[in-house]
Design a protein around this ligand. Sequence first.
Ligand SMILES: *Cc1c(COP(=O)(O)O)cnc(C)c1O
Length: 379
Amino acid sequence: MKFGTKAIHAGLTPDSATGAIMTPIYQTSTFIQNGVGNHKGFEYARSANPTRSALESNIAALENGKFGAAFGSGIAAIDCVLKMLKPGDEVIATNDLYGGTYRIFKTIFEQYGIVFHFIDLGNIDVLKATINTKTKLIWVETPTNPTLQIIDIKAIAGLINSSNILLAVDNTFATPYLQTPLDLGADIVMHSATKYLGGHSDVVMGILVCKDEKLGKEIYRIQNSSGAICGPMDAFLVLRGIKTLHLRMQAHCKNALEIASFLKGHNKVDKVYWPGLSDHKNHLIAKEQMLGFGGMISFSLVGDSKQEALKVLNKTSVFSLAESLGGVESLIGHPATMTHAAIPKEERIKNGITDSLIRLSVGVEDVADLINDLKQALE
Ligand SMILES: *Cc1c(COP(=O)(O)O)cnc(C)c1O
């Protein structure tokens, strides 16, 4: 089955009780058993809930995986992956990381004895030099946030091929429509479903998908034991969102192309970060591993003044000033003071998150209105 068909049908069956075509919201904590040990596959809703199970099967199919697990937030999904590790184990992650991921690594799991290395994963030699016998997990985000670098998943998977190091990819920015990391050799795919999968800025959720049965069982053990599941209403909303994922992603990519070109030609704009631009430093890898270049764009201003950047942020009206991304509506944000405030300034500047850097989540509105909005805000 092709992507659009899977998005709408995979993992879903009409409700057996009523024939309802949409998966019902099973708002229940428990399930009646016919006799001890004789039930219909559901016993208690932390362990499994039919609405959540439908979503987990659906997203597993979209990522070309076998096992899906849905959590109360993207961070809760990351928490689950980290709980597979033991004190002394080492993790190597991209240095250009989502702020909340950096925070859970540094302020939660470091105190349990897990060691983190933040490096430029675009440099395979640096990665080779950082891997040692204690390395258990490599955490990739691609495109990275907010400077939209592209990390070569296949190259990293090839490097650790014969080891027992797990490769996890945060696929939030790309979505399975643009990129399927498991096909490129990753072991685990993670999503903040809060973003493009939900797509309508009305839910917070996290997802993990894997192919390997043993890994799937381990993820399930932690999901059930730690209990950071999502509720059935949220599972319903994300299932509904996914039905239009392919249509929305096409529209996000198309609008982003026009906006990136507009910004590129503007005299107040210094750097434009969008992997679809032919002068983007990872454009060729992006072309190779992605079907399109996504709806996220970052840009900095000539002179790199924070004051000027904040003026732009305050002057847009179609672009709303807010954290988050991936919804149908366009958002504008200032990483240095918003999403990436948890990262020390020195670290931040080193990774290109300068004072004037502005991040756009390009929505699916009419692009002429989006460009006019940016035009007047930059004046
Ligand atoms: C938002 C986000 C997360 C965290 O997900 P939540 O749903 O907010 O917990 C992780 N990674 C990326 C890339 C994100 O954008």
